[in-house]
Design a protein around this ligand. Structure first.
Ligand code: GRF
Length: 199
């Protein structure tokens, strides 16, 4: 039963932000169990920044480049921005930086990610090409809790789509992405309604 105020969600992006847009839209529905209060990008030219602003959500870029090899210092800046916006749950949505244990531990159990494969299959990159090369009949996406291992945390939800005989990585990616836009808002809503309360 969800009878509390919406959970404050911060979204991390690096690119187009189509999953981010789906999360913002879902969070703006009446009675939603979460709201996206800030979108942070590590890339100043991420297309998702303008999309978020057009939807009325505050954005900031925390460029990783000035931090050089000091990944943790970059994460501290990210975390400070999340804290400034009183973010309770972080949703990574096409955020293309590997996290250090510092940020993972700091927000343990309160960071989710969407990955374009049916985990535990195909962690990492090039998931669609790998699914096609393997001759898989289905592909899909997974929402999982972020842990120190890349794409390894507990899976909260998955959606499968068929792999068509003539699929290219791009055509399969498009089909999976459409499924991601349905799965991620649902999984985040479920998480905010049920699991976060018991953490
Ligand atoms: C998605 O396929 C996501 O699963 C992966 O990167 C892509 C991001 O797309 N991690 P978008 O930025 O949400 O449009």
């Amino acid at each position: 039963m969800h009878d509390a105020r919406p959970v404050r969600v911060g979204v991390l992006i690096s690119g187009a932000g189509s999953n981010m847009a789906a999360l913002i839209d879902a969070g703006q529905q009446p009675g939603a169990p979460f709201e996206v209060v800030v979108v942070l990008s590590n890339k100043p030219d991420a297309g998702g920044l303008a999309v978020a602003e057009a939807k009325g959500v505050t954005t900031a870029t925390i460029d990783h480049r000035p931090f050089g090899a000091d990944r943790e210092a970059h994460e501290q800046a990210l975390d400070a921005a999340l804290t400034a916006h009183e973010v309770e749950v972080v949703a990574m949505a096409g955020y293309m930086r590997l996290l250090t244990p510092w940020l993972v531990n700091r927000r343990a159990g309160r960071m989710l990610n969407i990955h374009p494969s049916l985990l535990p299959k195909y962690p990492g990159l090039d998931t669609h090409a790998r699914a096609i090369a393997a001759g898989d009949a289905e592909a899909g996406c997974s929402v999982h809790v972020v842990t120190e291992g890349v794409d390894e945390g507990p899976v909260l939800g998955q959606a499968a789509v068929p792999v068509q005989p003539d699929d290219t990585p791009a055509s399969l990616a498009q089909r999976v992405l459409a499924a991601e836009h349905v799965l991620y808002p649902r999984a985040l809503a479920d998480f905010c309604r049920h699991q976060i309360r018991s953490l």
